[in-house]
Design a protein around this ligand. Sequence first.
Ligand SMILES: O=P(O)(O)OC[C@H]1O[C@H](OP(=O)(O)OP(=O)(O)O)[C@H](O)[C@@H]1O
Length: 208
Amino acid sequence: MSEDEKIYVSYNNIHKLCQNAATEIRSVGKPDIIIAIGGGGFIPARILRSFIKYPGETNIPIQAIGLSLYENMGGIGQVEKIGKEVVRTQWLDFGALEQHFDSLIGKNILIVDEVDDTRTTLHYALNELHKDVEELAVKLGRTNEHTKFSIFVLHNKDKPKKADISREMMNGGVYIAAKTVPDAWIAYPWEAIDIDEHSVKAIAQGNN
Ligand SMILES: O=P(O)(O)OC[C@H]1O[C@H](OP(=O)(O)OP(=O)(O)O)[C@H](O)[C@@H]1O
């Protein structure tokens, strides 16, 4: 793919995409916790928090999970096979969460990533988080509590997906893509070697 076929996105644009999505995210209630999928979900998650937390409200904790897509498994982590494989490099510490925050049972959880490409990563994240919370709820006898999962991405690529997001598991949560884009390479600013040149290209494409 030539440089010109890429979609260039500036930091300003990412900031505004997060800002614009905040109201819709709040439409199903204030998230109790944000779970950012690293590395691409980290920066959007932090920006988003400032917009979804209204003045006077308590802060929303951000927790990180590490998921990477690999052609081959390479022997690390847990793997689910849907085309490319998801390797889990970091997960939640449920014990520490319960001690310092609360358990995730009955909470409004927001999963954040930068891009929904084949949907493999989001499928994995939702399924595994849902499974863990459900297992914990059974163990603690709290299965009557309503845990809701919402998903936010900056960009959803308009293409056939390799996996689904289960609405049943989301339990009333929303799926929000700030922008739906064609199936092209998205050049994010955090990958730019020359950020000034990158910003110029993003502005020229109207992504500022
Ligand atoms: O919809 P999918 O086809 O699953 O692709 C989307 C995922 O791919 C990228 O992750 P990557 O594994 O490249 O890791 P990174 O976030 O650390 O760059 C991206 O950050 C998403 O998490």
